[in-house]
Design a protein around this ligand. Sequence first.
Ligand SMILES: [Fe+2]
Length: 214
Amino acid sequence: MSSLHVEPWAGKADTPEDTFLAVLRDMALRDGRALPRKLADEIERLPAARLPARPKRQPLVAQLEGLLSRAPQDVSALAGAVAAVQGRLHWEKSPANPKAGEFQHRHCFCTLTGPKRVIPSDRLQVGLFMIDGATFYPHHLHSADEVYLPLSGDAVCAVGSKGPRATKPGRFIQIPSWSGHAVWTGSRPILMVWAWLGDLAGGYRYGLPDADEA
Ligand SMILES: [Fe+2]
């Protein structure tokens, strides 16, 4: 968005995806904890190549405008960057899995940077994630480190051995590699940024860690 004043990084293109990532990088640097800092570092390392956008919608995307309009002031720059890129996003659903339950039909996500995405990368995946209201995203775990950044909506998130905690728009949630995590949404949908860092290809499964992973 032209109203945003974010420092681009050297050699990067001027796409709406780049603006989104520049705002996200600045928020991650302000947070300063380990995984947001790692996210900022990985954004800085993204290559300069860009691929064409391939927009695709899912039914839940009809809720996106409302979610953005309710995003609090703290995240207004990032919500503005989402509004600017929304017509280019390729929304999809996770591969079908009987362990996903109702979640399978009540979520969608898109990926702005990652393998074969607009900003191609084999090291970093960043996207948006919507879960409908009154939905449980069952416990799952994966090799990649992950961060969530809620933008709008209410949810409770459990990570590892910590008890479930209410999410807060603008507050990063750190999910280390192979930590079990789950999300329960409130009466309305939630919109979050998600990012995978580190070992992207080492696996994903529903459930909780085995004893030797805990
Ligand atoms: Fe995850």
